[in-house]
Each structure stands twice: as C-alpha cells, then as structure tokens.
Design a protein around this ligand. Structure first.
Ligand SMILES: N=CN[C@@H](CCC(=O)O)C(=O)O
Ligand SMILES: [Zn+2]
Length: 414
C-alpha cells in the first residue's frame, strides 16, 4: 500500500545519509524541507521531496496536511511505565520537605511501588500500562523503552517484563525492554546488600534470559543505592547473556556510574545531574549516549545536568521522559522538550535532535527510527496547524499532535 502525504508546511529531521546520532555543535542543526511531500510504502518511508516535484502515483491514498508540520515520532529511551497504582501521597511528603533519598531510606519511594506491584495481578498490571501506552502514543511517542525494577524478586521482575512483552505484541508502538533488578535494595537485604546483588546475578538474570524478556540491563548506580562494584558485577553477568548496559548514573552524586557504564560499553548512561570534567572525558570517544531526564529533575526539584558543557565538549545528548510513579509521573515528550528549552537552555533544534535521532540511538533503534529517511519505518507526527516547529516546545501545555502514524498506519487517537 502506498500513501502520499502532500503539502507539508515543513518536513523536519530529514536525512539523505543516515547518521547514528547528532553530537556537539551539530545538535543545533535540524535538517528540514519546506512545502514537502512524503511517500510511504507499507510500513517504510519510500521517498520525500518538495511540492514542485510531487509524484502522482496511480494508486496511492493521499493525505493533505496543509499548514501542518510532519516530524518523526519521539523515541522515549527511558521509562518505567509498567507500574502499579500511583504515589501521590509521597508527593505531599516531598512538598512538605522530605528528599527523594530520605523517602527511600524510610522504605518509601521505589519500595512503595514494589509493595503495590506484588499485590497486582499480571492482567491488571497490563491494563494499567496499556492505558499509559495509549496516552503516550497520543503525545506522539512511537518507540519506548520499558524497565522492570519494581519487582525486586524474581517472580515480580518477570511479571513486569512479561507485561512489557505483551504490550509489545499487542500495540503498534516499538518497545525495548530493560531488566532493572538492581533498582533498590529490599528491606530484608538492607544489612547484606551483597546477598541481594548475588540474587540478581545468580537467580534473576538467568530467569530473565531464559524467557528472553530483556534487551538491556540496568543498575541504579548511585549514593544510597548500588555501588560501582555492584554495578560492575551485574553488568558483567548480564553481558554473558547478551544484555547490554543502560545505567542510572550520577543522579544523586558523583557515583562513578558514568565511568563504569562507559567501561562496559553501555548504550546509555541516564540522569547525569552530577557531571564534571572527568565524567565528560570518560564519555568522549565512547559509544555511550548521555541521556538527561528533565522530567525527574523538574519533579524532584533537583540540580540540573550541565547539558551545555556536555554539548560544548562535542558529546551527543538524548532526552527521555523517565515516566514513573515516583520521580516523573508523565510520559509527555513534548513537555520534556519544553523543559529542555526552558530549564537547560537548549534550543528547539537541539531538543528535537535529543528526542528523536539521539534517543533512538539510546535504545538501539537508530537504523529504523528517529529521522525521516528512505527505508526507515514510517513513524510520524502530523501536527495541528502551527506557525513553526519552534511553536512545539514554546506552547508548552498545548496539545499540538493532530495525527500519529505508526508503521505506515494512522492511529485512532480517540
Ligand atoms: N532514579 C531511580 N529510578 C527512577 C525513579 C523510580 C521511582 O522513584 O519510582 C528514576 O529513574 O527516576
Ligand atoms: Zn529511571
């Protein structure tokens, strides 16, 4: 089946030669074509160009999008969107002055979600997560990474990852899964953290691998959570089963998480509030995507990651939502772009690069998604009529996504 999208006001993030990512000063450039057409065959992009050269295929369904911008869907490379219930009670505690770490020390935070998850059936968990998947597709997300990490025992970690697999089988969004058994230390292991790490390595990882439930392996390598040594052991164990690293690093301190991630060739290191010259040096020349989570820093009112320093040092940068019940209860990537612009002083071009091509790389999907290029999967956002692409992060609470196409098919967003 051929589809021709005509009269596109601006087609953005176009590519003639495929790039794996955009780095440093290049992030300020956003390739685009004014007054464009885009042709799709089945689920892939066939070709694109300017309207003065628009093809007239015999049999094609045509979509006229006058006044609208077309761009690749967002790739959200860091979420925890399979979770049970919510944590708005803690939200009140935070407002009254407790820090994220203090709440965690008391057995709240992640462990609250662990308790709820254990009481929730797999079917119920699936229904809750499915609603979030529909929500984020409506926001224009076409690919999402989903972590486990609220199970913290083998049975419940598997439950989370089976739900993620079922979402992959039953929805059109592209899903990558990450095993995050080392997300928090359960209360009963607080006096013997090594024993818990042993359990992750000897029991959980083999069980996850036996069912082929994960693409990546993650560790919360930070102050009060897992050490560099723990992280190193878990990464090595996961890599034996073909799992690639994707590390929670340097959210709460200079944890060494970035260095250990790079050492084991992690796909990404994420959060990155605490980044100095040594961390930047470690990332330079590596294949690891620095990924910042503006939603979590905003919601927890944290120190901001030095993104300008990283980009000035020639690094690429991705942004993701971190959709989760504790530190970022939103998967709205357009709002993430706005936070990137407002709080981190990134330009609209930089945030679009960070939420499309670079975040596709951060989840291993850059060959298929993240830009408008011949042969890539036709995952597209068609905006409402808007004056410019800068208007997207600028109008920070307006819903500007009119249609979403996934795998060449328009999605019913009702
Ligand atoms: N920082 C660690 N993990 C999550 C938070 C999970 C939670 O609080 O439920 C994050 O990425 O922000
Ligand atoms: Zn996270």
């Amino acid at each position: 089946m051929v589809t021709l999208i005509k009269n596109i006001k601006k087609l953005i993030q176009t590519e003639d030669t495929p790039r794996k990512w955009v780095a440093g000063k290049e992030m300020a450039n956003l390739p685009a074509i004014d007054n464009a057409w885009l042709m799709i065959e089945d689920d892939r992009i066939l070709d694109f160009g300017t309207m003065d050269n628009c093809p007239e295929p015999d049999e094609a369904s045509e979509i006229d999008v006058s006044g609208r911008i077309v761009m690749p869907t967002f790739c959200d490379s860091h979420t925890h969107l399979v979770y049970a219930g919510s944590r708005e009670i803690e939200y009140g505690d935070k407002i009254r002055g407790l820090s994220y770490e203090e709440i965690a020390k008391r057995g709240g935070g992640i462990l609250n979600s662990t308790k709820l998850l254990a009481q929730t059936s797999e079917d119920d968990l699936y229904e809750q997560a499915l609603e979030r998947i529909h929500e984020i597709i409506g926001f224009g997300t076409g690919a999402v990474e989903i972590k486990s990490g609220y199970g913290l025992d083998t049975e419940n970690e598997l439950k989370m990852l089976r739900v993620a697999r079922r979402l992959k089988e039953t929805t059109p969004i592209h899903i990558k899964t990450t095993f995050l058994g080392a997300h928090s230390i359960p209360m009963e292991y607080r006096n013997d953290q090594t024993k818990f790490v042993d359990k992750v390595i000897n029991e959980m990882i083999p069980a996850v691998a036996a069912e082929e439930l994960a693409d990546y392996i993650d560790v919360f390598c930070d102050k009060g959570f897992f050490t560099v040594e723990d992280t190193e052991r878990i990464l090595m164990a996961g890599m034996k089963y073909g799992l690639i690293g994707k590390i929670h690093a340097n959210e709460l301190d200079y944890s060494g998480g970035i260095q250990v991630g790079v050492k084991y060739n992690a796909r990404s290191v994420d959060h990155l509030e605490f980044v100095g010259p040594e961390e930047i040096k470690a990332l330079q020349g590596s294949e690891t995507m620095p990924t910042v989570l503006p939603g979590a820093a905003f919601f927890l009112n944290m120190k901001l990651s030095p993104v300008r320093e990283m980009m000035n040092a020639g690094l690429p940068l991705a942004l993701a939502s971190d959709y989760n019940p504790g530190s970022s209860p939103s998967g709205n990537m357009k709002f993430i772009m706005s936070l990137g612009c407002i709080n981190y002083k990134m330009t609209p071009e930089e945030v679009i690069n960070a939420t499309t091509l670079n975040s596709a790389y951060a989840m291993g999907l850059e060959e298929d998604l993240g830009s408008i290029a011949k042969g890539k999967i036709a995952n597209l956002i068609i905006t409402k009529p808007i004056p410019s692409y800068e208007y997207l992060p600028y109008a920070y609470t307006s819903h500007l996504v009119e249609q979403v196409m996934l795998n060449g098919e328009l999605i019913n967003l009702d």
